[in-house]
Design a protein around this ligand. Structure first.
Ligand code: ZN
Length: 394
């Protein structure tokens, strides 16, 4: 497979998510952590329009991250002028304009030719200032293919270094993405960048298919932060590139740490069954799974916690007791507390029955391991008052 480069847009598209507001310090910290993982480009807003980004770029200039910045602008010379007037250092810019018919007519009220003309003017201006240029065709999906190619050819002629194909509404399906990008890759003379939103949950699939089809640049966002249904996950794209395409240039062992930081500062708690970095990647409740894991964790874990930097602790931390727990887990946990019982011992059935009964009556939490010990003691204590253990005894 060809080379791949990641442009992470947590600090641009991620910040367009309603309710997510990073402080300046948090933005700097996210950029540093992206750099440590080996991310190739970090996208931010035009410093001429977003006040925080002026200070953010200034801070990133101080630590040498200007080389990794991609500064987003509308495809207008006036936007670029504003950024250049700040005298901040940045090596690359994104210039964006919508190319799809309804966006052209209803939003921009511009003809196809005017759009090309405006973008070419902005690209030429950027090149006069020695900037690397990613031209963004907003709403590439739905744009007439021939017009998209004419647009790409014209901006390439003006000096564009790559074309960002935008699935702005996250509406593609992976096989369709493959077909579109492979056709474009044959016709377009510069690199293709794929920018996939995740409205229908196919962002990662679309992004990987775009890569297979020839896209060199892939856009991502940490913790799927993005508008509406979110943006393509950095964690999922990097891990899949590592596992399925043998891409080793990114340090996936730092993914959990980065995701945890972004969760904390965004205030968005992902569910524990989040792919790649969710805590449940190493926790098991169901009897069949726990039985297997107690013998060999590889039987039920493909993504290993240590690979992405999650400290999974001991086997005891892996075993969760709940409604679907089986005998092996009960025996194992009791043994951890120094209680040796055979799994055929009747007390195990009593404990399991008691647990299941609690869930029948609406229990909502897992059973703490200490509770198992209490149940064991309840059922084995001598001279005890006989507890009600089954529904039939009520
Ligand atoms: Zn976007």
């Amino acid at each position: 497979m060809h080379d791949v480069y990641i442009c992470d847009t947590t600090l641009r598209d991620g910040r367009q998510m309603p309710g997510v507001y990073f402080t300046l310090y948090e933005c700097v910290e996210i950029a540093k952590r992206l750099d440590e993982i080996g991310i190739d480009q970090i996208e931010v807003f035009c410093p001429g329009y977003v006040l925080k980004d002026y200070f953010l770029i200034r801070e990133l200039n101080k630590i040498g991250l200007d080389k990794k910045l991609l500064v987003w602008h509308r495809g207008l010379k006036v936007d670029l002028e504003k950024s250049l007037n700040t005298k901040l250092k940045f090596g690359a810019v994104a210039l964006s304009i919508a190319t799809e018919k309804h966006h052209r007519e209803q939003k921009l009220q511009m003809t196809k030719e005017q759009i090309i003309e405006n973008m070419c003017e902005a690209v030429s201006f950027a090149k006069e200032h020695d900037l690397y240029v990613s031209v963004n065709a907003e709403k590439s999906v739905g744009t007439e293919p021939e017009y998209l190619i004419d647009f790409a050819d014209a901006v390439t002629e003006a000096g564009a270094d790559r074309i960002r194909y935008c699935d702005t509404l996250g509406e593609l399906i992976p096989h369709e993405t493959y077909n579109i990008i492979s056709k474009l890759a044959k016709r377009i003379k510069v690199d293709i960048e794929f920018h996939g939103h995740d409205d229908m949950g196919l962002g990662v699939g679309n992004t990987l298919e775009a890569y297979r089809a020839g896209a060199k640049w892939l856009d991502t966002s940490v913790c799927r932060l993005g508008e509406r249904g979110g943006f393509t996950s950095l964690e999922q794209v990097l891990y899949n590139l590592y596992k399925h395409f043998n891409i080793k240039k990114y340090d996936v062992s730092k993914l959990a740490e980065l995701a945890t930081f972004v969760q904390n500062v965004s205030g968005i708690d992902p569910p524990p069954n989040t792919p790649i970095t969710g805590l449940n990647i190493y926790r098991h409740e169901s009897g069949i799974h726990a039985h297997g894991v107690l013998r060999d964790v590889n039987l039920y874990e493909k993504v290993r916690a240590a690979e992405v930097g999650i400290k999974e602790g001991s086997m005891r931390d892996k075993i969760v007791i709940g409604e679907t727990t089986g005998r092996e887990s009960i025996v194992f946990i009791l043994k951890e507390f120094g209680i040796n019982v055979e799994k055929t011992d009747p007390v195990i059935s009593k404990i399991l029955n008691k647990i299941q009964e609690q869930y029948l009556f609406g229990r909502k939490t897992s059973v703490a391991h200490e509770e198992l010990v209490e149940l064991y003691q309840l059922f084995t204590a001598k001279n005890r008052v006989k507890p009600v253990t089954t529904l039939a005894e009520f």
